[in-house]
Write a protein that binds this ligand. Sequence first.
Ligand code: CDP
Length: 244
Amino acid sequence: MSAHKIIIAIDGYSSCGKSTLAQQMAKKLGYSYIDSGAMYRAITLYFIRNNIDLKNHDEILVALGNIHLTFEVDEMTGTSEMHLNDENVERQIREMLVADKVSDVAAIKEVRSFAVAQQKRMGKKKGIVMDGRDIGTTVFPDAELKIFLTADPAVRVQRRYEELFKTDPHISLEEVRHNLEIRDYIDTSRAESPLRKADDAIVLDNTNLTREEQLDIALEWVADRATNKSLIPDPSPKGKGGIA
Ligand code: CDP
């Protein structure tokens, strides 16, 4: 693979496998991986713990001033884990309590400015794969490769259900479906950098792809971008796969 390091932006709906693809690509390319959603989840956890009123903008600004977010690599697993004020919160931020509130928190202007400023700094040296909702549109509008990942809604619900069931056997498929529907709705309809496919993003529908197949496709695009060959943009303007 080329030594010319690029920025890779992966966006898409809830639970369509963005972080799986982003981690696979980062590992293969020797790039760093940033899960921007983990940052919004950690901010949400802080807001829940401190009873922050989401309508009180002064209170929100003070709270953000007290939040320090870092990603630390777990020596045992090699995965990057979210730390909130030096506490490893990787497990807590994946719980339903946070999932139920995160899209409301992520829709707040001050929260987005806070997170996006840090994300932009992380991309200064390139050689980064970042996944989220606004990476190709707002965080890195000049990213050399933008992927808009989609998957069939029922498949997304099933995948997230199986993931959450491992730590919470009481979770129901219906609860997961409801959470993904609401988050997709809030994320696509908010005023501040809503989730949408960047005009120059390529759609990758992984409904019927294995992890290896989706990685191979994405790596071909990286090789293509790194050698500056142009890609044929996907004809569908918005991508597909949203839960209606
Ligand atoms: O559950 P999933 O992995 O699909 O989502 P996530 O990447 O962990 O993101 C959780 C939530 O954070 C999303 O539903 C969005 O509300 C918000 N988010 C965002 O607004 N912008 C981003 N760049 C990333 C996440």
